[in-house]
Design a protein around this ligand. Structure first.
Ligand code: AMP
Ligand code: MG
Length: 291
């Protein structure tokens, strides 16, 4: 790479600042986030795509370390929660960001409408069953947050019930973190206009018809109620132990880069270590030579 291009990259990239720029703090206002923006990143699509590919190796090594570390005394795991309105790009994140990981080390769960059995249990029951095993990266495509989002907006339970859930979620996530699971939560923030275009595309293209769900239009009509529900959920459940990141999602390449950098930065902070192995290397080499 020519050095001028390198310098340009260094200046524009600063991936840690994407992480800082998208984190939800106390005075967070969802309405102030531009879904078309690229907070913390001054580069263009070409640079973003290049950076995405470049970070794959470092993530892979960290993932392998996390996996190997779990063979030792203090196994840990990581849970990545992905939320967003219909068409916000959750599927693309699964393919283009999670897809870069070693599938052996990934526990992926997509949460749909609760089944009859799930409905008979408290809302966290199916979540507990899907938590990542030691050494794994768990990924939730939708999550327990649906129980304060779609459930709230559609009055599926009394208000007193969903209101109580913020505290229940905070305490659940705090215990989970204490037991060795790092939690990061991402909301893909798409604009209503962009969602309109993506739904229109699904109708226009026969190869996208399978993704089209007439019910998405009913939810789209409740856009403001969803934004309010997200605002409250984000602010009430973004904690040091389980922070939220709101990632603008109108530009798919940026959303993918941002989620990857959040994952990368979290793994770097976890700093998983190869387990200490009791192995007499010299003796084994001799045995190998003799075999
Ligand atoms: P999709 O992600 O497009 O496959 O759709 C899954 C659907 O399941 C979405 O419409 C969600 O809102 C819905 N869903 C997920 N979790 C829940 C829940 N706890 N209660 C009601 N609906 C849910
Ligand atoms: Mg859908």
């Amino acid at each position: 790479m020519p050095s001028s291009k390198k310098a340009h990259k260094a200046a524009a990239a600063l991936p840690e600042s994407i992480v800082e720029a998208t984190r939800v703090g106390d005075d967070f206002k969802l309405a102030d986030v531009d879904p078309h923006g690229t907070p913390g990143f001054a580069g263009d699509k070409a640079l973003g795509t290049e950076l995405l590919a470049e970070s794959a190796d470092e993530i892979s090594e960290l993932q392998e370390r996390l996996y190997a570390e779990a063979r030792g005394e203090n196994p840990r795991s990581l849970l990545l929660v992905i939320q967003g309105m219909d068409t916000s790009g959750k599927g693309g994140i699964m393919r283009h960001v999670v897809g870069l990981l070693d599938p052996q080390g990934v526990d992926l769960t997509a949460f749909k409408q609760p089944t009859a059995e799930e409905k008979r249990h408290p809302f966290l029951w199916r979540i507990r069953k899907a938590l990542p095993r030691p050494g794994q990266i768990g990924v939730f495509d939708r999550s327990h947050y649906e129980d304060v989002l779609v459930v709230r907006v559609n009055d599926l339970v009394p208000a007193s019930t969903w209101k109580r859930r913020f505290g229940q979620i905070r305490s659940f996530e705090s215990k989970l973190a204490d037991s060795g699971t790092r939690i990061v939560k991402v909301m893909l923030h798409v604009s209503k206009e962009e969602q309109g275009e993506r739904l229109a595309e699904r109708l226009d293209r026969p190869d996208k018809h399978w993704k089209y769900n007439p019910g998405d239009i009913d939810e789209r009509r409740k856009w403001e109620a969803y934004q309010e529900a997200y605002q409250e959920a984000l602010v009430k459940t973004s904690t040091d132990q389980a922070p939220w990141f709101v990632v603008p999602a109108d530009r798919k390449w940026f959303a993918r880069l941002a989620v990857q950098q959040i994952l990368l930065e979290t793994l770097r902070e976890m700093d998983p270590q190869w387990p200490a192995v009791d192995l007499d290397v010299a003796a084994e080499k001799k045995r190998l030579a003799d075999s």
